[in-house]
Ligand binder design. Structure first.
Ligand SMILES: Cc1ncc(COP(=O)(O)O)c(C=O)c1O
Length: 436
């Protein structure tokens, strides 16, 4: 029977609909991915995607040294490898992590296919259906997707301009325990959070770790942006004060995401479980990619390259912040990230980010509405803007258009005396940006 393309893509008549595992119900289409199709149209300024901007990599030099690697060592780099990952790169990762104050042993590192796979493996070995994962407000959409795909319950902890509120963490943990729930870990992005851009200061890191220690909560620290500090030296990682923290690292933002190489640093017993999980998932993480990254680290000026990236991102961040200052209507606030890729905007009272998106696309600007970064429907008044990819001119234009869309929403509201769309009632904002 001939099947048309349309029929092949029609999922309404899915004959396997009764066969899928229950966990697939928790799998959601990433709001960011769904946006990509529209956002990539040239007339649209996309402030939506968080793709690292790798245009400044020395491609010729990288190509030459990788060609040499294949010519001299091809049969090893194209072979299966260790489930834990190759030793040379694990040794180099120890050096990379030392830049953020971490002392580690290569034997406690497991290589993963990006830190995204690290999130998957950690959740796989710790979480049964119904277990609770605690997360900042807001939190990384890809992590929320992973937690939900393992049928966990994600509970957001109130956060302020310095990240997780330690008192709220303690109260939430006590309440959940009283309800008989099992908390498996706290997931946090202490540096330049995706999506909020917020950084936890040193003191706050210590406070959060103290609460977790006294409440017996494991901490999973996700740190792909740590070396992309744009103003000051990086703050020491949480893992640098506590060996029981599970730490996720990645080369996606400091080199290139296409290799899909990240890692997990974990206490020894956890590391053993992770290797078993990695073996059942992939046999071994991509060997060629590991050798390619190892080659990059040993033949190229990778620290100099990070400085190049930082100069570029700093200029773009500054352009975005200046444009927000210039164009945004009263009643809006936004974060001032000290690194990473993202600014988190809080819209004027009554404006709904999700409802505004089609109007944004109409006005030729794309952004990610806040609810993508909450597992509980929060974020209605928030938007994530990214400055990593567009040029400064485009950022300026994009923010101007974005602000115009908000002004239109406000105008409709004031003309008709109604909200453009209903928003959830929200708690009063605390000091600093409202990140609830
Ligand atoms: C906070 C955070 N964690 C993890 C990832 C996944 O990165 P990768 O799998 O490329 O290492 C991302 C990617 O954007 C991220 O922002």
């Amino acid at each position: 029977m001939d099947v048309t393309d349309q029929e092949r893509h029609d999922t309404r008549l899915d004959r396997f609909v009764d066969s899928y595992a229950e966990r697939t119900n928790g799998m959601r289409v990433s709001a960011v991915r769904a946006l990509f199709a529209v956002a990539n149209r040239p007339e649209i300024v996309s402030l939506a995607g968080g793709m690292p901007n790798i245009k400044d990599l020395p491609l010729d030099s990288i190509a030459a040294s990788m060609a040499e690697m294949v010519a001299t060592n091809g049969t090893q780099v194209m072979q299966y490898g260790s489930g834990q990952g190759e030793l040379p790169i694990r040794e180099q990762i120890v050096e990379v992590m030392s830049l953020e104050g971490i002392t580690a042993h290569p034997d406690d590192i497991v290589i993963t296919a990006g830190s995204q796979q690290g999130l998957d493996l950690v959740t796989r070995i710790f979480c049964d259906p119904g277990d609770v994962v605690l997360a900042e407000s807001p939190s990384y959409v890809g992590a929320l997707g992973t937690f939900l795909s393992y049928q966990t319950e994600v509970v957001h902890i109130a956060s302020d301009a310095d990240g997780i509120d330690p008192a709220a963490l303690r109260e939430t943990a006590a309440r959940l325990r009283a309800e008989g729930k099992r908390i498996k870990f706290l997931y946090t992005i202490p540096n330049y959070n995706n999506p909020s851009g917020v950084t936890q200061p040193l003191e706050r890191r210590r406070e959060v770790l103290q609460v977790c220690e006294s409440e017996g909560i494991l901490v999973v620290e996700d740190n792909p942006y740590g070396l992309l500090s744009l103003d000051a030296d990086p703050i020491p990682a949480m893992r640098s004060f506590d060996d029981n923290v599970i730490y996720l690292g990645s080369f996606s933002k400091t080199f290139a995401p296409g290799f899909r190489v990240g890692w997990v640093l974990a206490p020894h017993a956890v590391r053993e479980k992770l290797v078993l999980a990695q073996e059942s998932a992939t046999l071994c993480p991509p060997v060629f990619s590991q050798f390619a990254i190892s080659n990059y680290l040993s033949t190229q000026d990778w620290k100099g390259q990070i400085r190049v990236f930082k100069d570029m991102y700093r200029e773009r961040r500054d352009t975005m912040l200046a444009a927000l200052e210039e164009y945004m209507p009263e009643g809006s606030t936004w974060t001032h990230p000290a690194g990473g890729f993202f600014v988190w905007v809080t819209l004027p009272e009554g404006v709904d980010s999700q409802a505004m998106l089609p109007r944004g696309v109409d006005a030729r600007v794309a952004f990610v509405p806040g609810p993508a970064f909450y597992a509980d429907g929060g974020g209605a008044r928030n938007v994530r803007l990214s400055y990593c990819f567009p040029t400064s001119d485009r950022i300026q234009l994009g923010v101007q258009r974005f602000a115009g869309v908000i002004r239109n929403e406000l105008e409709v509201m004031s003309t008709f005396g109604v909200r453009v769309s209903p928003t959830k009632s929200r708690r009063a904002p605390g000091p600093g940006p409202d990140l609830s």
